[in-house]
Design a protein around this ligand. Sequence first.
Ligand code: TXA
Ligand code: MG
Length: 336
Amino acid sequence: MKTEFLSENSAERAAKILKSGGIVAIPTETVYGLAASVYDKNAIKAIFTAKGRPSDNPLIVHISDLKDIENVVSEFPKNAKKLAEKFWPGPLTMIMPKNPKIPKEVTGGLNSVAVRYPSHEVARKIIALAGVPLVAPSANTSGKPSPTKFEHVVNDLNGKVNAIVDGGECAVGLESTVVSTLSDIPKILRPGKISAEDIKSVVGAVEIDKAIFEKPPESEKVLSPGMKYKHYSPDTPIKMVVGDTHRYVNFVNLHGGEDVGALCFDEDIPFLKVPYISYGSANDTSAQSKNLFEALREADKLGVKTLYAHYKETDSLSLAVYNRLVRAAAFNVIKV
Ligand code: TXA
Ligand code: MG
């Protein structure tokens, strides 16, 4: 397939391709998404094929106006309404009861549906012009880090999708917070920029799914099917190292040899004796969030056999960074 490269001023063209059954990668404020009409089962199938994604992993439905919600859900729970008022449009996805009009291919057979109202202008324009809600999983090959730049999408999906829209760099850099509003107390299934504290401040209470912290056992039914797959992995095996600058660099230098590299913070750089990539300052979780996926993609270019990734808890965005990193490390965590 020949992939069209579109500029961010080509929303009309992107919408036209979507309307005629194509799949188009589009920028959002979190990461790039691979979009198709929510009602087009063939296009949805093409998304799973292009990504190499397991078909039981459900897709997020993206809207460009709050009034579209009635076609997507069968009920708009009270807490979801409150959260929508505060955080939409923005990097928050809410799980709600599914409207029967939404095909089962979208939700992997679940009775619930994930809904997101992005704040990115180009994304919203494309959804509005397409005239239907759009499904959009992250526009990466399944198992690879989500794309935060046009080039990442081109690397993974050139020749496999109808078009890719270049919207530059994604502002947040990690995927949206996913929160289930199916029970009285909302439950975070995937941490993101909208934090547990943010959600609690609006609805009074929030739970965090234990799968965020623990390696899910193969057999257990997980609430968010995406959590059970190994995620965000570069080819180089990663071990996550938790500790301050001094302890981290000592550990890495001591274990350093030709085959070891560091995925580190800016502050570590002057002391490291091994090849490194930094993903931001230890105290700047916004920078970490924006840079992490690109750093994971770059990590393979270091040509090392083990990568020690530095993690430090700093603020409420740290959980989102931790969640992606611990999965990239397949839950190998070393405390120093
Ligand atoms: O920021 C984002 O959310 C990006 C941009 C493109 O919008 N999209 C994204 O989609 O990250 P994806 O497909 O890569 O991740 C969606 C996650 C998966 O972990 C999936 O299992 C979960 O949301 N999910 C989708 N529908 C669900 C449902 N009905 N119940 C529970 N989890 C669901
Ligand atoms: Mg994804």
